[in-house]
Design a protein. Structure first.
Length: 690
């Protein structure tokens, strides 16, 4: 399909100082849990982005000195010349596809715990890191420290050029780097020429830009990543105040402005809390005060929105972290006019969890993310079929749809049977809940692909029994029947059913609510799941006018969402909605009018009024068909069925990302020899690079 001429503007080359970006698609820095520890995996992942058409592909934060050691987080590292070969793997992979490679050298200042290097952390002033409860402080930098830091940064720029980078950042964003800490009056209490007036607080950032330009500016573009607004009112930098003044003061100094909001949670907002393009109001002034190209972000997946950003003079380059993770081939799909094939980011921030759990990045929409090197998976190409097997997939949730999509792409004959009348399983149901509409993209992308395939048939409202499965005639049966929320309260805190949870009509599961059940108030949502669903259901019940209390054994609401950067926003949202929040409390009994709550520390007990309970604790696999087929093993063999496999939530309930991954993995690997211990390649420290 030819490119839509309305999108031509996205493919104009843009000069950035001494280099030229071939189009306006710019993958901004994002960490990935691979970094310095897994350089081959990292290089392969970035190479796929370049292959997918991004004109610029950036690293993540790259530590420049042992006093900027953010271990156990795994970022890039450029402490010495010895780090150059690992980063050169990345620039080679990017250059192979005609893209520019950008690096973001970072000194994390007080945010560096230096747990590995055991150096003392550095800051503008004596200060405790506000983002951590660690019992350690950063020390105020002397003038000699500042000179040293400038030298480390300059050395890093020189090394980066040797590693092959084309664009070198000076980073003052997310409240995660020394130049930004110097800018912030709340962290900079100095009385010398680096503190006090904004002119003084901006001095270090100005010097770093000048140093970098002097060191590498003839060959490399110098970009500044700057948070123009901290979204924290008068206490922080604001785009109507110092944020704007900083850009005005330094307007023509860098070759590129990469502007966003701070902190990270505000910048990488989930779809639950912000729509596409949400940063526009903060950054739109930048192009009015500089002639240099401007890149900005905002979970951009729609080419029309991108074009509008450029035509209206908001941005010159379309920055993307998450959209490039969900679909590394987003630019080339727009280029070829295949807009409907874009795998749009759903804004769930599962990609961020890799950083927080110090493991390779993963993505709900793109199961190949992080698997490019270690499994050799590619987001757009699949191995052709290895035989003539036919498949019956039971269940059209995220696992079944992804499995069918990939088996179909491989050329197999596939039938998908879905018991209910609707496709998409849990994503279809959950997408109707407050703030989760974008979840439906998981279904929609896959259905669009499946509808184009002549070798995949989908049967709705088809309840498959063991007999039907055996009669169907497929060589392989894949069970992707999902899971069901427990009604008995068993979860993490309670390993036995909670007394009273068997009351008819007073205890509800998430599925009951998603299917339209209406509890009477006051209602207690008992969240022992700790991800998003408990809080989302509380919000829905509150919107229905009920008095709602959310009770959780954790010390905060939706505790696991710390990993998706949402926890603070979720708890704040619930409190603002008037939902009563009870943390560190277990539910131990329910009599239809009251629930008995127990403190998780003291075991002291309290009663709370509750006409209904919504229990969000754990799920059980829908394994009836699997059991029935197991019992009918002889019949299965007589029917010529080669394999019966349970995958996804019906094997062990988990995230939607894990469900999609399970479907993808089966379709890629069912015909590969199984490894006993290792199903992927590992990067071992004693292996020679290459
Ligand atoms: C997984 C992940 C890791 C990130 N790591 C970095 C980083 O290392 N350095 C940085 O400047 N920004 C980082 N960011 C922020 C992004 O660069 C970007 O500004 C933000 O996600 C908003 O853009 P988006 O809506 O296109 O994702 C990260 C974002 C994500 C999702
Ligand atoms: S994990 Fe979620 S937020 Fe991150 S890129 Fe994938 S779909 Fe988008």
């Amino acid at each position: 399909m030819p490119r839509d001429p309305r999108h031509d503007i996205l493919f104009e080359p843009i000069r950035i100082g001494p280099v030229v970006a071939k189009n306006r698609f710019y993958q901004v820095p994002h960490c990935n849990g691979m970094g310095h520890a897994r350089p081959r995996s990292h290089a392969a992942m970035r190479g796929v982005k370049a292959e997918g058409g991004w004109a610029v592909v950036s690293t993540e934060e790259v530590e420049i000195h042992p006093s900027s050691d953010v271990s156990p987080y795994i970022e890039g590292r450029l402490w010495s010349d010895r780090d150059i070969p690992a980063l050169a793997l990345m620039t080679e992979a990017i250059h192979a596809h005609g893209a520019l490679a950008a690096i973001e050298p970072v000194h994390a200042g007080m945010n560096a715990a230096n747990l590995y290097s055991r150096e003392v952390a550095l800051a503008p002033s004596h200060i405790a890191n506000p983002a951590s409860y660690a019992p350690a402080q950063a020390r105020a930098m002397t003038k000699a420290d500042i000179r040293n830091f400038r030298r480390w940064h300059r050395d890093a720029a020189l090394r980066a050029r040797r590693a092959g980078f084309d664009i070198i950042y000076v980073y003052a964003a997310h409240s995660l780097s020394l130049p930004m800490h110097f800018l912030q009056s709340r962290h900079n209490h100095r009385t010398d020429e680096y503190g006090g007036s904004l002119e003084n607080r901006v001095r270090l950032l100005r010097e770093l830009i000048e140093d970098t330009k002097e060191a590498v500016g003839a060959d490399c573009a110098v970009a500044v990543r700057f948070a123009v607004d901290e979204v924290r009112g008068e206490d922080g930098i604001r785009c109507t105040g110092e944020g704007r003044e900083v850009v005005e003061m330094l307007a023509e100094l860098p070759d590129l402005w990469d502007v966003n909001v701070s902190d990270w949670a505000n910048d990488s907002k989930t779809s639950r809390f912000a729509p596409e393009g949400f940063q526009e109001d903060f950054v739109r002034f930048v192009k009015t005060v500089t002639t240099k190209p401007v890149v900005g972000v905002g979970r951009f997946t729609s080419p029309d929105t991108m074009v509008s950003q450029i035509r209206r003079g908001v941005l010159d380059l379309i920055g993307a972290a998450r959209p490039s993770i969900a679909d590394p081939f987003l630019p080339s799909k727009i280029d070829s006019g295949d807009i409907d094939d874009i795998r749009e980011c759903i804004g769930c921030n599962v990609c961020v969890t890799g950083d927080h759990t110090m493991t390779p990045i993963r993505c709900t929409q793109n199961p190949t993310m992080g698997e490019e090197w270690r499994k050799g998976w590619h987001p757009e190409t699949v191995p052709p079929r290895s035989g003539n097997d036919s498949f019956l997939i039971v269940g059209a949730g995220p696992t079944g749809l992804e499995c069918a999509r990939l088996l179909g792409r491989r050329g197999y004959a596939v039938a998908v049977a879905e018991a209910s009348g609707q496709l998409g399983g849990r994503v279809t149901k959950e997408a109707r809940l407050p703030g989760l509409a974008a979840w439906a993209r998981v279904r929609d992308y896959r259905l669009h692909q499946l509808n184009k395939m002549g070798n995949v048939e989908i049967f709705r409202a088809s309840h498959v029994t063991a007999d039907l499965a055996m009669q169907f005639g497929a060589a392989r049966i894949v069970l992707a029947t999902g899971s069901t929320w427990r009604r008995d309260g068993v979860g993490r805190a309670n390993t036995r059913p909670i007394p009273g949870f068997d009351r008819e009509g007073a205890v509800f599961t998430p599925e009951d609510l998603m299917e339209g059940a209406t509890p009477t108030g006051p209602v207690i949502v008992f969240d022992d799941d700790h991800y998003y669903l408990g809080a989302v259901l509380a919000e829905q019940l509150r919107a229905g006018g009920l008095a709602v209390m959310l009770v959780t054994p954790a010390d905060r609401v939706s505790a696991w969402t710390v990993n998706t950067l949402e926890q603070h926003a979720i708890q704040r949202h619930l409190l603002e909605l008037g939902i009563e929040v009870m943390t560190s409390r277990n539910v131990v009994d329910f009599d239809g009018a009251r629930a008995l709550l127990q403190c998780t520390y003291t075991e002291r007990q309290f009663t709370a009024p509750a006409a209904s309970i919504v229990t969000v604790t754990a799920r059980l696999p829908n394994a009836e068909l699997a059991h029935a087929l197991l019992l009918a093993a002889d019949g299965v063999a007589r029917a010529g069925i080669v394999s019966v496999d349970s995958i996804g939530d019906c094997l062990a309930p988990s995230t939607i990302a894990a469900a999609v991954y399970a479907g993808h993995r089966y379709a890629r690997e069912f015909d590969r020899p199984q490894h006993d211990a290792e199903s992927f390649r590992r990067e071992l420290p004693l292996e020679s690079p290459g």
